[in-house]
Write a protein that binds this ligand. Structure first.
Ligand SMILES: *[C@@H]1O[C@H](CO)[C@@H](O)[C@H](O)[C@H]1NC(C)=O
Ligand SMILES: *[C@@H]1O[C@H](CO)[C@@H](O)[C@H](O)[C@H]1NC(C)=O
Ligand SMILES: *[C@@H]1O[C@H](CO)[C@@H](O)[C@H](O)[C@H]1NC(C)=O
Ligand SMILES: *[C@@H]1O[C@H](CO)[C@@H](O)[C@H](O)[C@H]1NC(C)=O
Ligand SMILES: *[C@@H]1O[C@H](CO)[C@@H](O)[C@H](O)[C@H]1NC(C)=O
Ligand SMILES: *[C@@H]1O[C@H](CO)[C@@H](O)[C@H](O)[C@H]1NC(C)=O
Ligand SMILES: *[C@@H]1O[C@H](CO)[C@@H](O)[C@H](O)[C@H]1NC(C)=O
Ligand SMILES: *[C@@H]1O[C@H](CO)[C@@H](O)[C@H](O)[C@H]1NC(C)=O
Ligand SMILES: *[C@@H]1O[C@H](CO)[C@@H](O)[C@H](O)[C@H]1NC(C)=O
Ligand SMILES: *[C@@H]1O[C@H](CO)[C@@H](O)[C@H](O)[C@H]1NC(C)=O
Ligand SMILES: *[C@@H]1O[C@H](CO)[C@@H](O)[C@H](O)[C@H]1NC(C)=O
Ligand SMILES: *[C@@H]1O[C@H](CO)[C@@H](O)[C@H](O)[C@H]1NC(C)=O
Length: 720
């Protein structure tokens, strides 16, 4: 009976109480590890068989069971629970209110389950939570609100060995200003890129103690683009130093070493970071194969950090396209493909400068393209280019390198001057020499010493000249003569116009000038010149009592007149006519027999008896009217103006030639008016000096006595 009872009891206990060895409870810890193998759901009833005092429980261990679900409210009585271990179970889903009442929870271990989803609210209010372990699950989604600033005590969160495929910055939802390390492990996941669906903006603060481990993921590249997702203000240059504040460990990822990672490598190698914590920042290449295991941040040569582009990136078919960040350009190599035109589309990259190789094709001309001004090197050697389109040349950058060797170019346009000679290779072209090409000499010579200056051209289809040696005479250019002739003609036309205007305005001066310059005498025909029997060329009248005029007449006027050719003979009455009985008669006779009468007008001429007579006589007062052209007045100075306002002078001078010694053309005009006689007639005048013996002490009048002593020798001798 007792045996049966024992067996029944044992069966009963075995049926309803899995805990065959009594309640696994020592006052604070419930250890149900491996004890619930046939239980798939944890509910409140699991704990009721023990005489538990819920408030004293701080630890529940439920590991190594087959728990699939946790019923709502299963833990609701354990308000002092601090540690909950649910590892090694079969949990797939945890409702977000499962742990709602566990306000004292410090450690939560959910590792080795089959969770896929950490939903919003799961860890709400877990102010004391220090450690979370959800490693070795199948988590692919972590709600962005799983952490919050409430989690001030969290030191470790382990998400290793899950299936998270993108990095969302939820670890940084933890409070950032706590000066203790917080580690969030997301190692061994499937993260291949950074995302920001949660719209986080960078707000990290010193001391930057949130460490996030992303090693052993699937990151193939990392660059400023990734963290610019979280801070749009960030420049490329600032990006790496900001990246350091994320405390992200992204080592041990299968990096593809190409152009995308160049910039950070450049930043690190050009800063103190080059020597700082090198071992923790060994980012190693996975691809390409020959760089596998190399540390791209520190060691891989820049020249290997390039990206091959595909047709999908815009690379023209059959061409080879590569971005070369270290040279800051994109290479497009379409050499030897039989192209007849420039490629219409080229890849658009972060490196807009283009090196375009189109050598060994069949291109016939430079083409304008949307990328023309991005080209820094253009290789067009061995094509079929005949002419260089100037408008396309103007599109190129000034510093472009242009290889045009071995084409059909015959003439280089002047707009090539935009480029330095050393940047243009034009050899192997059938360049023709032409007259205007001398500008090329300066262009070619303006290069550094040692540059090949041998560019040559062909003249007359046979003679080859180095362009630097070409001169217009070698090329037999007449061009320049025409320019000179043109210029001279221009000057002549202008001169003629000016002369024409002058002639129109001053016809008399024109005649005088013509006579002066060309000795052409468009002579006004004076009747006096037809008179025969005139023995004197000139009869000069001046007031010898005015000393200035006497001096001027003697020292300047007569002297100069003497030098003039042809030489005139001058009759000077007060020198040659003796004062005496028939003075006036003598004067009149000589006046009549003179071809010209030159009257030097001075203020007081009318007061001089003889002179006044002469004037009147010459003006024809005593006989028939004077002949035109015979009387020439010389206005000695402006003092005479007053005299000339009065009659009879006013009338006299109005119709006569009146010259002034101040006039620039005085002598020319005078000569023009003087009678024409054959030059070299060998008449020589002897002008006896007019002596002024008495110095003038009062006024300008010379004493009569002195006048009387003037020489009375004959005026002239004729040699022939
Ligand atoms: C537990 O499950 C095993 C098989 O999985 C079974 O043999 C055993 O009887 C079950 N025990 C109880 C108490 O249900
Ligand atoms: C209960 O057991 C745990 C672990 O076995 C131990 O750490 C704890 O001190 C024990 N508590 C008491 C009151 O014995
Ligand atoms: C809980 O129980 C299991 C086996 O029943 C044992 O291996 C483990 O060490 C116990 N844990 C603690 C903390 O006592
Ligand atoms: C349960 O424990 C309380 C005190 O902690 C005790 O009074 C009571 O008798 C116990 N019941 C059983 C079935 O052990
Ligand atoms: C729990 O999750 C559900 C569904 O995802 C959600 O609607 C609810 O707001 C969450 N609870 C809390 C407290 O966040
Ligand atoms: C879970 O993580 C915690 C803290 O990181 C650690 O102590 C514990 O051993 C982990 N559990 C397992 C099963 O790895
Ligand atoms: C996570 O759980 C929530 C609510 O249970 C669900 O709406 C969401 O689709 C799940 N996400 C994933 C990735 O399974
Ligand atoms: C990892 O992610 C990629 C896509 O990013 C996916 O194709 C692959 O199946 C994922 N692997 C695992 C183990 O989840
Ligand atoms: C993030 O911003 C986008 C666009 O502003 C919005 O569509 C999306 O709903 C936002 N996501 C969250 C998690 O707020
Ligand atoms: C970016 O700049 C804007 C305006 O200058 C500023 O309001 C914003 O806070 C900046 N964002 C960050 C992440 O610094
Ligand atoms: C790019 O292409 C060149 C030439 O085909 C090849 O040698 C090199 O390995 C390629 N690089 C990458 C990163 O694919
Ligand atoms: C590279 O080229 C771009 C495009 O012209 C220019 O803006 C940039 O300053 C260059 N970078 C360097 C480092 O020279």
């Amino acid at each position: 009976m007792t045996v049966v009872t024992f067996v029944i009891l044992t069966l009963f206990v075995g049926l309803f109480l899995p805990l065959t060895n009594g309640c696994p409870f020592n006052g604070s810890t419930v250890n149900l590890s491996s004890r619930l193998s046939n239980t798939s759901e944890i509910s409140e009833s699991v704990f009721t068989f023990c005489n538990l005092s819920y408030g004293s429980i701080t630890t529940i261990i439920l590991s190594y069971n087959n728990i699939k679900t946790i019923a709502a409210g299963a833990f609701k009585e354990f308000f002092n629970l601090e540690n909950l271990d649910l590892s090694y179970n079969l949990l797939e889903v945890i409702d977000n209110n499962t742990f709602q009442t566990l306000r004292k929870l410090k450690t939560l271990d959910l590792s080795y389950n089959s969770l896929t989803n950490i939903t919003r609210g799961t860890l709400d209010n877990k102010v004391y939570l220090v450690s979370l372990n959800v490693s070795h699950n199948k988590i692919s989604y972590v709600d962005s609100n799983v952490f919050s600033v409430d989690h001030i005590n969290l030191r470790e969160a382990n998400f290793d060995w899950n299936e998270i495929s993108t990095f969302e910055p939820w670890p940084y939802s933890l409070p950032s200003d706590i000066n203790e390390d917080r580690n969030v492990y997301i190692r061994h996941n499937n993260i291949s890129r950074f995302t920001n669906y949660m719209n986080w903006t960078y707000n990290l603060k010193l001391p930057f103690k949130i460490y996030v481990y992303l090693d052993y993921n699937q990151l193939k590249t990392i660059s400023s683009n990734d963290i610019q997702l979280y801070n749009q203000n960030l420049t490329d240059i600032e990006s790496f130093s900001e990246f350091l504040t994320y405390r992200l460990n992204v080592s041990n990822n299968p990096y593809v070493c190409d152009g995308r990672i160049y910039f950070w490598a450049f930043l690190v190698r050009n800063s103190f970071l080059k020597w700082n914590r090198v071992e923790s920042y060994r980012y190693r290449c996975n691809l390409p194969k020959d760089l596998e295991g190399e540390d791209w941040l520190h060691d891989v040569p820049y020249s290997r950090l390039v990206t091959n582009l595909t047709e999908a990136d815009g690379c023209p078919s059959r061409c080879f396209c590569q971005t070369r960040p270290y040279l800051n350009y994109t290479l497009v190599d379409c050499g030897g493909l039989g192209l007849v035109r420039f490629p219409p589309i080229l890849p658009r990259t972060k490196y807009p400068h283009l090196v375009l190789n189109l050598s060994y094709n069949a291109i016939q001309q430079l083409e304008e393209t949307y990328y023309s001004n991005n080209i820094v090197q253009l290789y067009l050697a061995n094509n079929k280019i005949q002419t260089l389109n100037e408008s396309v040349l103007m599109l190129f950058d000034n510093n472009i390198y242009l290889d045009l060797q071995n084409n059909q170019i015959t003439r280089i346009p002047k707009s090539i001057l935009r480029f330095e000679y050393k940047n243009v290779s034009a050899g192997g072209n059938p360049l023709k020499c032409y007259c205007e090409m001398t500008w090329m000499i300066g262009w070619i010579k303006k290069v550094v010493v040692g540059t090949n200056q041998d560019l040559s051209c062909t003249a007359d289809d046979t003679n080859v000249h180095k362009i630097v040696d070409v001169t217009p005479s070698i090329l037999k250019c007449t061009h320049e003569d025409w320019i000179i002739i043109g210029a001279v003609l221009g000057v002549v036309v202008v001169t003629i116009v000016i002369v024409g205007l002058f002639v129109k305005k001053c016809p008399y001066e024109t005649k005088v000038m013509l006579f002066k310059i060309f000795k052409i005498h468009p002579r006004d025909k004076y009747k006096v010149d037809k008179q025969v029997g005139n023995i004197h060329d000139i009869y000069i009248v001046f007031d010898e009592k005015t000393i200035e005029v006497l001096k001027w007449a003697r020292d300047i006027f007569l002297v100069k007149l003497r030098r003039i050719k042809p030489q005139y003979e001058v009759f000077n009455p007060h020198q040659h006519v003796k004062p005496g009985e028939n003075t006036l008669g003598e004067l009149a006779k000589n006046l009549e027999q003179s071809k010209r009468v030159i009257i030097i007008l001075t203020e007081e001429i009318a007061k001089n008896e003889h002179r006044e007579f002469e004037c009147n006589f010459a003006e024809g007062e005593y006989c028939e009217k004077s002949l035109e052209g015979k009387v020439i007045y010389i206005k000695f100075n402006s003092k005479v103006d007053k005299l000339l306002q009065e009659e009879p002078w006013k009338t006299r001078v109005s119709s006569k030639k009146v010259f002034s010694p101040d006039d620039r053309l005085f002598w020319s005009k005078l000569r023009y008016e003087l009678p024409r006689i054959k030059n070299g007639s060998n008449r020589v005048h002897r002008f006896p000096d007019i002596r002024i013996e008495t110095t003038v002490t009062t006024g300008t009048r010379i004493q009569n006595a002195a006048f009387d002593t003037l020489s009375t020798t004959p005026v002239f001798d004729y040699i022939s």
